[in-house]
Each structure stands twice: as C-alpha cells, then as structure tokens.
Design a binder for this molecule. Sequence first.
Ligand code: ADP
Ligand code: MG
Length: 302
Amino acid sequence: MENLGSRLAEYLNSKNLTEDYRRLLNDALNDSDVQKFLKENSDRINPNAISTSAASIYEFYNNKRHTSELTRGYYPKLIVNNHNIEVAYYPNERTQNREKRSQYESSFVLMDMAPDIRRAKLDDYDGEGRQDALGKALDFIDNYLHQDGFTPGLYLAGDFGVGKTYLLGAIANELFKHDVHTTLMHFPTFAVEMKDSIGQNNVLAKVNKIKGADILMLDDIGADTMSSWIRDEVLGVILQYRMQENLPTFFSSNFSMKELEQHLAVNQRGEEEPVKAKRIMERVKYLSREVIVTGENRRFKK
Ligand code: ADP
Ligand code: MG
C-alpha cells in the first residue's frame, strides 16, 4: 500500500500535469473509498501501471461525485483487473429495478392486461365452478415442465366475468417462476392493431414475433366479428405455425368450441365460409383442450 500510494504521489509530481489536474488527482488519492481500496488490494496491483491506475482513480473519483449523462443510473467502483486498477460501473437500485422490470415485461408479455390480471395468482383462484379449470391448469403446468412431448393448452369457455382471463394471467405468472415466458394478449385488441399495421407494412414482423412465443394465450377470441383476413392470414397463420412446432396455445372465449366454429363461419361482411372456420377450429382443437368455466360473475363482486 505504501509502495503504491507513494508511487502514485511520485507520479503526480513528476509528470507535467496542469495544476488543476494535479490537485484533483491528489484529492482523489485522499478519498476514503480510494484509500480503502488501495489498502485492501495493494498486493494485487502492479505498481508499474501507475499512470493508467491514476487515470482510473481520477475517473472513479470524478464519477463518484458527479454523475454524467453517460453514467447516470450507475455507480462507479474500483476493481482490480489483470493487476491494473479499473473502474467498473454497476446499476444503482433504481436502475436495477428498471432493468428487472423491463426484462420482466419483455419476456412476459401481457399485452393490454389490467393490473389485477398482471398480479393474478393460482393460489387465489378458487370457488365453485372453477375447480375443473384450476385442476387442468395445474396439470398443464406440471406436464409442460416435467414431460417431454407436446402439452396442449386450455380453451377456457365460459360466461363473461367468471375469471377466465384471471386464470390465464395466473398460469402465466406461475410459469414465469420457472423461466417460461408467456405472451398473453387480448385477441380483439390485437386484431385492431394488426389492421393498423397494414399501412405500416409490419404485419408480418408482428405475426412472426407472436407465433413463436413459448406459450401463447389468446384472450377473448370470438368477442368481435373477424374479417376473413384476420381469421385466415393472421389467426390461421399463427395457429398453423404453432401446430407445426408443437407450441402450447391457450384460448379464452365466451363461446364454446362449437359456438366459436359457427361464429367464425360468418365473416364481417356476413358471408358464410364454413370450410375456413373448420380449418381454424381443427388447429384450435389440436392446440388446446376445452374446459367449461362456470361460477359467479366476479366483476360485480367488488
Ligand atoms: P372473464 O375473463 O371470464 O370475463 P375475468 O378474469 O376478467 O373474467 O374476471 C373478472 C373479474 O374478477 C376481474 O376483475 C378479476 O380480476 C376478478 N377475479 C377473477 N378471478 C379472481 C380470483 N380468483 N380472485 C380475485 N379476483 C378474481
Ligand atoms: Mg376475459
């Protein structure tokens, strides 16, 4: 420590440094964090690398006192790397939280979901009419995590307010604990977004991103009348891909599978297209198993 400290002091005097820089370096050397670091690491630092070390100590001291545009959200720390002193930057608590959040949000996409759905937990999911759905949800998670081969998702059919979306959110949250990333989206909202994307030419990019999700959940399918384009070119393409790749897919709907088929058979213009509807339903049936959810309407309970 003496050795390194005095070598640094020597360096300060010997070099043709401006007065200001010399003074700042001196202050930096006397900083308590710097002193502590030098004391603890002196035997690991190469005393011949004084000039680079001095520059690092100066940088550390400067950034410790004033954050710049570049280092905002991070704090500097002196480290020994390959016998030299270097400055490393670590995210501060706020940045850490933000990074965690954005990691969470980008890996676990709950598009347009209300906060209660984002916080949904399987532990809170109970009540009459829902036991079957809960049991199948738990089976799915268990099979998906522990068995090889394809695990079909669930098709939750039931009236408005019985907790279908809530259960999807709870499954996604549970899977997330096991590092499985789910994309849960409100299908009618997604359909509108896709229509808007036509003009921007990025329909394909969006479809491609969604079709490959580890687990995909299409919430409220059939809530709107679909155009043939959404049904065949968007939904059909997504489901076809997921079927080929054996990727589990969940649905929720106010319709049973049978009712959904009838719904899909009539397009927005009122034209009947039963064959197209059947093709979609074949994929839905391959990808998921129907579960009827009953029970009270939870929306008016609060
Ligand atoms: P659905 O999708 O079937 O129409 P939701 O999942 O939106 O129904 O549920 C309706 C309301 O009840 C939501 O506000 C939701 O947060 C709430 N809810 C559903 N299940 C539960 C539960 N197990 N615990 C607490 N709130 C719930
Ligand atoms: Mg819902």
